[in-house]
Design a protein around this ligand. Structure first.
Ligand code: HEC
Length: 145
């Protein structure tokens, strides 16, 4: 019969590694989520198709590519409620268990993974900062000497 002692050492190592593991954190004290590098790519990849520039394909009259529109009221409830993901329709829609409410819709054939949903949650929780960006009103300001 063979002794099955080989598990003891690896287990100890595993526990040590787990205790010392960096970044195994959850929630509030997370690093700040950056809109431009972390949130926008998700919206761009999964949402703009139906909530972007192309008005012929736009659904629910909702745009997520323009700050002003993304923060607009949806008729009594906010799309994005800074600091409160659970009150934000955008987060509710990407996190709901109800398939018929979930975004992107089932027919789109794509889904956000848990990490992407969590990125959106944290971003809203942290205040949903959305810096003004390229395009738009960028004008050279001339100052009289
Ligand atoms: C394939 C098209 C499609 C894609 C992609 C899509 N949506 Fe939608 N979205 C819809 C349609 C259609 C509706 C209206 C029906 C409904 O409310 O479920 C809608 C509605 C919504 C609403 C509710 C608007 C309101 O007035 O209540 C939100 C919020 C939303 N989408 C967010 C998103 C987000 C966030 C993504 C990306 C993660 C996304 N959608 C991707 C088609 C899409």
């Amino acid at each position: 019969m063979k002794a099955r002692r080989l598990f003891t050492v690896p287990l100890a190592l595993l526990v040590a590694a787990w205790i010392g593991a960096p970044g195994a954190s959850t929630g509030q004290s997370e690093e700040k989520v950056d809109y431009l590098t972390q949130v926008k790519p998700i919206l761009e990849g999964f949402c703009y198709e139906c909530h972007g520039e192309d008005r012929t394909r736009r659904e629910a009259n909702l745009r997520l590519d323009i700050k002003e529109k993304a923060f607009a009221d949806l008729g009594g409830y906010p799309n994005i409620a800074p600091g409160d993901p659970d009150d934000s329709e955008l987060y509710i829609r990407v996190s709901t268990e109800f398939a018929e409410m979930r975004m992107p819709p089932y027919e789109a054939g794509t889904q956000l993974n848990d990490e992407q949903v969590e990125t959106i949650r944290l971003w809203i929780l942290q205040g949903a900062e959305w810096p003004e960006e390229e395009g738009g009103e960028e004008e050279e300001v001339e100052t009289d000497g």
